[in-house]
Design a protein around this ligand. Structure first.
Ligand SMILES: [Zn+2]
Ligand SMILES: [Zn+2]
Length: 433
């Protein structure tokens, strides 16, 4: 805890220091043009733009500076090769000039807001949401996304060289039972492992990912001190030894398994993304979007695309007869029945076909649809995806009852997805040959 891996990026889910901006006022506009948004947010609907001056402008500048838009010595120290998103500085941080407008435009683009260059009510609302301390517009060189230029996901730090990861609880919060904490973490890990080749095993000493709850300055540097209830919720470190991969939750929060407090599994799922090497996405539906806005425990296609841009999506099948949960097929790969009579192949044209002696018994009919991988997910669903994360086809056999299912390529010519506890979740109904 006391050692700091300089290659591990710190990622903090934190509330921006915008106390002063809570009373943003329109400059150069008659008082009766000002629309109060509420007691705490007496801000003009028209917003703050070019020519405005004062402490509210400075607060916007400080917010953007903190998250990577302007020169910042702390960010430069913590993030290798980091440079500000805006190459010039405002002449006066308390005066809204073109340099600040450029930063506001980039901020709006990162957060999926209309790009106006004006800090309007919606932009201010987003600035007030809890979020990570990870700088926006930061991709370490050499790890830029490879699938599509301009995809919203991003990377942070390095990657794990092994797919078998271990984790350990350093301590727990009194807000939740240990079994509830463990169940939430396992559920979050399952969501990542179901679309990757990662396995997560709990250990009682050591561990790649150490998980704990802390308050205030808790031993990983005063910069990383937690700040009491709300504000900073958690932070995580990107893959690496020592503190790399570790996830710290602010124990001053009211952690909850429902929406009544800060939803623990939601934050754990996001922080795990950082622990696996992802940065932030600009899609607000993505788990890796910078801000926290309530319960969200489902990875989006953008999260899939992000993790697949760093790691293989599946384990290749080992041996005949089966696809086990977490295994899949790339283009041209196949599983044979153990008697060698039936071939289940994901063809280069994107079609998934079961052949007997060169004649098709069953096919998904997805040739030309652009899928480039097939996964037997740990939720029991057999899914064909594009590398962008878009689902092309599925057996629709996902169910909690199907966890750790297996797909059998049987000697009788039937394809069957068996539930882990027994029973059939899906079948091609091509028996018996
Ligand atoms: Zn984050
Ligand atoms: Zn910490």
């Amino acid at each position: 805890m006391t050692s700091t891996n300089r290659f591990a990026s710190r990622l903090a889910l934190s509330l921006a220091p915008l106390a002063a901006a809570a009373s943003l006022a329109l400059v150069g506009c008659a008082a009766d043009d000002v629309t109060a948004l509420g007691d705490e947010n007496a801000m003009a609907a028209e917003g703050l733009g070019l020519g405005a001056q004062g402490k509210d402008v400075r607060a916007v500048y400080e917010h953007l500076r903190r998250f990577g838009y302007y020169q910042n010595e702390e960010l430069a120290e913590h993030y290798a090769d980091w440079t500000p998103a805006v190459s010039r500085e405002p002449a006066d941080p308390a005066r809204f000039d073109e340099a600040l407008e450029e930063g506001v435009r980039l901020y709006q683009a990162q957060h999926g807001l209309p790009v106006t260059g004006i800090v309007d009510a919606e932009t201010q609302r987003v600035m007030h949401m809890p979020r990570c301390g990870h700088p926006d517009y930061y991709d370490p060189p050499g790890v830029v996304p490879t699938f599509e230029v301009g995809t919203p996901y991003s990377h942070a730090g390095g990657t794990w060289s092994s797919s078998a990861l271990s984790y350990r609880f350093d301590n727990y919060t009194s807000d939740l039972s240990q079994s509830a904490i463990r169940a939430a973490v396992q559920s979050a890990m399952l969501r990542w492992s179901t679309v990757t080749k990662f396995t997560f095993t709990e250990v009682t000493s050591g561990g790649n990912i150490v998980i704990g709850f802390y308050t205030g300055d808790h031993g990983d540097g005063s910069d990383n001190a937690f700040d009491g209830k709300s504000g900073t919720l958690a932070h995580a470190w990107s893959p690496g030894s020592g503190i790399g991969g570790d996830i710290h939750f602010d124990d001053a929060e009211s952690w909850s398994t429902s929406s009544s407090g800060t939803h623990f599994e939601t934050v754990a799922l996001h922080e795990l993304g950082h622990a696996l090497g992802l940065g932030h996405s600009s899609y607000d539906y993505a788990v890796m979007y910078p801000t926290y806005s309530g319960v969200d425990v489902y990875l989006s296609s953008d999260d899939h695309a992000g993790i697949w841009s760093r790691y293989a999506a599946y384990n290749a099948p080992s041996g005949c007869g089966w696809l086990n949960a977490g295994e899949g097929l790339g283009k041209g790969e196949s599983v044979w029945s153990c008697d060698g009579r039936f071939q289940f192949i994901f063809q280069n044209d994107g079609n998934l076909v079961l052949y007997k002696n060169g004649s098709a018994l069953w096919a998904s009919g997805t040739n030309g649809d652009g899928a480039d991988r097939v996964l037997l997910q740990e939720d029991g669903n057999l899914v064909m995806y594009k590398s962008t994360g878009q689902k092309v086809w599925e057996t629709d056999s996902n169910s909690t009852a199907n966890q750790y299912a297996n797909l059998a390529v049987q000697n009788d010519g039937n394809l069957v997805i068996y539930r882990s506890g027994g029973g059939v979740a899906w079948a091609s109904n091509t028996c018996c040959h």
